[in-house]
Design a protein. Structure first.
Length: 300
């Protein structure tokens, strides 16, 4: 059973019951924002009892009657995502002067609101013990705190959290492209770690103990093959930026198994990498910060 956690911004209907809302029983709160337009609606609390299996088949219909499939919406229905557990970073998850929770602005870094969120993270880093909370963010199985942790790491490059970043990728995080860009900037062993994963087919080890719906919410809608494909596409795209890997990369791309896996990358991870990395540079420049650049990487 889903535990109460967040807030809903769309009406929820169950297709299999002719659009009738499930009878009330347990308070379940979600927050869903339109990822395509970046807009959000007034909060609507829904009282209902939902099984994980039922929720997978739900449609999301906004008050205007527009149907949105869950995969086309940004769903913050994390069962245990309580921002206060992240100490000084808690307000990054709040809406405040923004139209959506701050962390959502870090997904694309595509507008001026990302600067507002960056300043929140900068303020959080001034607190004593902030490093401990960076680990909590990155070690969470949920992509939302991981994303906040990514920016915190870039603002504190001498803080070594590369192990946590790689573990998030290996678990099949939905934000694998963003995590990998950060690692390219921070990990001197990026070449070695990339080759190890690519040569073994980019296997993922999903977090154990999560139900289907918990996994969907925390790590995004994909099976293991799609997650491996996203990792492969991400690392192959970034390896193209490293001269030392040119010959190796050409040989890898000639492999049939690699091409088969890349064909399952439904998110176009390479495009995400380029878009996010470009906006990251613009974000840092607009804040008067030196853009994060790849460290001198080594294959040893």
């Amino acid at each position: 059973m889903l535990r109460p956690s967040c807030t809903v911004r769309y009406w929820l209907f169950l297709d299999s019951e002719g659009g009738r809302l499930v009878p009330t029983a347990t308070i379940v709160r979600y927050m869903i924002s339109d990822a395509a337009s970046g807009t959000s609606r007034s909060v609507i609390t829904v009282d209902c009892e939902i099984s994980y299996r039922q929720l997978v088949h739900w449609s999301i219909v906004d008050p205007a009657g527009v149907k949105i499939h869950p995969s086309d919406a940004s769903l913050w229905a994390n069962m245990d995502l309580l921002p206060e557990r992240y100490g000084p970073f808690a307000n990054v998850f709040e809406t405040g002067e923004l139209e959506v929770p701050g962390y959502l602005k870090l997904l694309n870094l595509a507008d001026n609101d990302a600067s507002v969120v960056l300043r929140r993270i900068q303020r959080a880093l001034t607190h004593e013990g902030a490093n401990r909370f960076i680990f909590l963010l990155l070690e969470d199985c949920n992509w939302r705190p991981q994303l906040v942790g990514c920016l915190a790491c870039l603002l504190r490059p001498d803080f070594d959290a590369t192990g946590s970043l790689w573990r998030a990728i290996d678990a099949g995080s939905w934000i694998t492209p963003q995590l990998a860009v950060v690692l390219l900037c921070l990990d001197r062993n990026f070449i070695r770690e990339t080759r190890v994963r690519v040569e073994s087919g980019c296997p993922v080890s999903p977090i154990e103990g999560l139900s289907l719906m918990e996994s969907y919410v925390a790590t995004g809608p994909a099976g293991n093959k799609e997650r491996s494909a996203k990792m492969m596409a991400t690392l192959m795209h970034l390896s193209g930026k490293i001269t030392e890997l040119a010959t190796w990369r050409k040989a890898v791309l000639a492999r049939e198994d690699v091409q088969d896996l890349l064909a399952s990358d439904r998110d176009n991870a390479g495009k995400i990498v380029s878009f996010w990395a470009g906006n990251l540079t613009k974000l840092f420049e607009s804040a008067g910060l030196r853009p994060p650049l790849p460290r001198s990487v080594s294959s040893t």
